[in-house]
Write a protein that binds this ligand. Structure first.
Ligand code: PNW
Length: 442
């Protein structure tokens, strides 16, 4: 045990994470309007088995007992997201008091149990009306988001210390507008690039709004991994450069250095698209942050294809999770060390975890030894990065409990707590007990 966390400072913190659409359910209650995920999940073929977040983990109705569950794990922090169409129906106008009240009670409950609330403003549930008005490819959406940030802060700012603007803008822009695997399911590269810039602008405008209100800790969360070349062939080397450019540098360079990388701008232009930057945008986007959230699941080896803009992932023959994602803890260490060297920013692991085909609940136990191994090796990888000099302040496991895994529906289970979707019963998995013990000993 001790070697797993060796080198992590005494004030290194621990937590668990979720997001609104993945757990809440109550899709049409108390004034909530539709988000793009309500619409997308109803589209035939969009989600495995036609599943939706209509009920999910029914967290909206079980919040107090879920908070007790969180507190029972001994965690310092709980990262959740707020549903935009629950708080501001339609994405414009005044707040919906009942929606705000739910989060206000959640925050009070967490504080009462000694768990710090960590609020993410946007985990992919754009109000459908804003998508109908153009969505993220449309510049106005960024201004709507900044206004939303202010409304949420008006309601919860007195009690929430830690604020994250966006979760994984790569997923919103690329999966949402280019590959169409996520809501709103559009497939247009040029639109995904417009979305990328407007998401970053939305982040910057919201960051300015929150900065002016003196929040204790402000950040953004990105999903990242390492991208290495399958061979020394210059085409493979270029494929790895491009994957890193579109996956990591297109976000971190403007956020930290206030400029888009030249090579990425050239790649975007070569595909007949552009990042619709206006004067002053990059100053807004590079508003100083306190912390960068890193979500890590896997790393990739890249190989060129006949299409100069498209590369492919070369499987390395490692064990995979139920998502088919290879298990690469060393990639986590090298990613964190590289981010430290290139960007020099304080980091928190805002998500890390794995889906496995769990065994059933037997006598109140779920024997998920594979998830324990995953968590152990990845926490050890974080500790190795810290010993190598990376500034990582905490680790939040994804996820508190099994939930709606987007296009995969309920079939992929990431929880350290098992959810029986028939009864909504929660059962600690072996991994939850292991995590609780690790926190206690640390
Ligand atoms: C993240 N990819 O999503 C999200 O923040 C979570 O909501 C989600 O449940 C978790 O990771 C597990 O998937 C991702 O295709 C979805 O590379 C897809 C990708 C990465 C992250």
């Amino acid at each position: 045990m001790s070697d797993v966390t060796a080198g992590l400072p005494a004030d290194f913190f621990w937590g668990v994470a979720t997001s609104a659409y993945q757990i809440e359910g109550a899709w049409d209650e108390d004034g909530r309007t539709l988000s793009i995920w309500d619409t997308f999940s109803r589209r035939p073929g969009a989600v495995v088995n036609g599943e939706t977040g209509d009920v999910a983990c029914d967290h909206y109705h079980r919040m107090p007992s879920d908070v007790a569950l969180i507190a029972g794990l001994g965690v310092d922090k709980y990262r959740f997201s707020v549903s935009w169409p629950r708080i501001q129906p339609g994405g414009r106008g005044p707040v919906n008091r009942k929606g705000v009240d739910f989060y206000s009670r959640l925050v009070d409950e967490l504080l009462d149990k000694g768990v710090d609330p960590w609020l993410t403003l946007y985990h992919w549930d754009l109000p459908q009306e804003l998508e109908d008005a153009g969505g993220w490819p449309h510049r106005d959406t960024a201004y709507r988001f900044a206004e939303f940030a202010g409304l949420v802060h008006d309601a919860l700012g007195d009690r929430v210390p830690t604020w994250t603007t966006l979760n994984e803008p790569w997923c919103s822009a690329v999966l949402g507008y280019d590959t169409g695997r996520h809501a709103p399911g559009r497939t247009n590269f040029a639109e995904s690039m417009r979305a990328t810039h407007h998401l970053l602008l939305a982040h910057g405008l919201a960051a300015q709004e929150l900065r002016s209100r003196n929040v204790a800790s402000l950040g953004i969360t990105l999903n990242m991994g390492t991208h290495s070349a399958a061979s020394d062939d210059p085409r493979d080397v270029d494929a790895a450069r491009r994957a890193d450019g579109f996956g990591t540098r297109i976000y971190l360079d403007p956020l930290v250095h206030g400029r888009y990388p030249e090579d990425v701008l050239a790649d975007v232009a070569a595909r007949g698209a552009e990042l619709p930057v206006r004067p002053g945008d990059l100053e807004v986007i590079s508003t100083p942050l306190d912390v960068f959230g890193v979500n890590y699941y896997t790393s990739h080896v890249r190989r060129a294809t006949d299409d100069p803009h498209v590369s492919e992932v070369v499987p390395q023959g490692r064990p995979v999770t139920a998502m088919g994602w290879e298990i690469v803890p060393e990639g986590f260490t090298s990613l964190l060390v590289r981010l430290h060297e290139d960007y020099g920013v304080p980091m928190v692991i805002t998500e890390n975890g794995a889906a496995f085909d769990d065994l059933d609940v037997v006598d109140g136990h779920v024997a998920d030894a594979d998830r324990v191994d995953y968590l152990r090796s990845h926490i050890a990888a974080v500790a190795a990065a810290v010993r190598a000099g990376a500034d990582v302040r905490g680790y939040l496991a994804w996820s508190l409990m099994d939930n709606f895994e987007w296009g995969y529906g309920y079939g992929k289970r990431f929880g350290i707590v098992h959810v029986d979707y028939e009864t909504q019963e929660r059962t600690l998995k072996q991994s939850a007990r292991w995590f609780r013990d690790l926190i206690t000993r640390h």
